[in-house]
Design a protein around this ligand. Sequence first.
Ligand SMILES: Nc1ncnc2c1ncn2[C@@H]1O[C@H](COP(=O)(O)OP(=O)(O)OP(=O)(O)O)[C@@H](O)[C@H]1O
Ligand SMILES: [Mg+2]
Length: 266
Amino acid sequence: MSETQAQMSMNENDGNKLVYKTNGLNLWYGENHALKDIQLHVVENEVTAIIGPSGCGKSTYIKTLNRMIELIPGVKTTGEILYRGRNILDKTYPVEELRTKVGMVFQKPNPFPKSIYENVVYGPRIHGIRDKKILDQIVEKSLRGAAIWDEVKDRLQTNAYGLSGGQQQRLCIARCMAIEPDVILMDEPTSALDPISTLKVEELLQELKKNFSIIIVTHNMQQAARISDKTAFFLNGEVIEFTKTSKIFSNPSDKRTEDYITGRFG
Ligand SMILES: Nc1ncnc2c1ncn2[C@@H]1O[C@H](COP(=O)(O)OP(=O)(O)OP(=O)(O)O)[C@@H](O)[C@H]1O
Ligand SMILES: [Mg+2]
């Protein structure tokens, strides 16, 4: 996408409340040029969806947003990702600080093999909170926020592995909320869930965006259309189109976007 297109697709008011701004990001796994000149921005209190065929760089991109990508040997990046105005790709940026601001939920629910309670207080404990009363409050607030409190309130001390997949995923969202992040990154968070659990998580996202910014990778086009404010279409490591979700699904500018969303490939 050209600079002009990127500018055009940026809502006039977006500039004031940018959470992330990615400028000319390139990423290589060894010789494999996986992200090419990415321009994208993320606005406060919005859900931004990332769609595109398998292998186009969606997970790679989302993992650069919290610098998880640097755990992989041989990864090289150029360009910048401004988070609240500071370039997180700058090696002097404190990654620990970033991780307290940016939570992540993965495709497969990944609770710790501990009690429901301990899963939620894990992050706050790392941040030094010891007071039992405060931890109790965090647990209730986070589990309520993730719409799972009523289902688990009477069994907080039981192992999280005893929950259903959909419950585990909402627990993981609660665990993420317990650190009071600014942004939540989600990589296909509902692909392992049944339709009812999926609906619950989708409803939850609409609630969460009142307080957080959400970036979600999804293969499910209906889901992107239902829940997101903006959508980025990735193809072969490039952003082909990035604009309001209503526009991308009703009147895409690029033929390749249209072909993808109408199911002609991918
Ligand atoms: N750890 C890695 N080491 C080397 N190459 C990788 C690694 N992870 C991803 N890649 C490559 O980077 C490209 C983008 O992969 P990525 O996982 O970001 O795609 P994706 O859009 O998330 O796909 P999917 O929809 O299948 O999850 C692919 O060519 C992939 O093979
Ligand atoms: Mg992926």
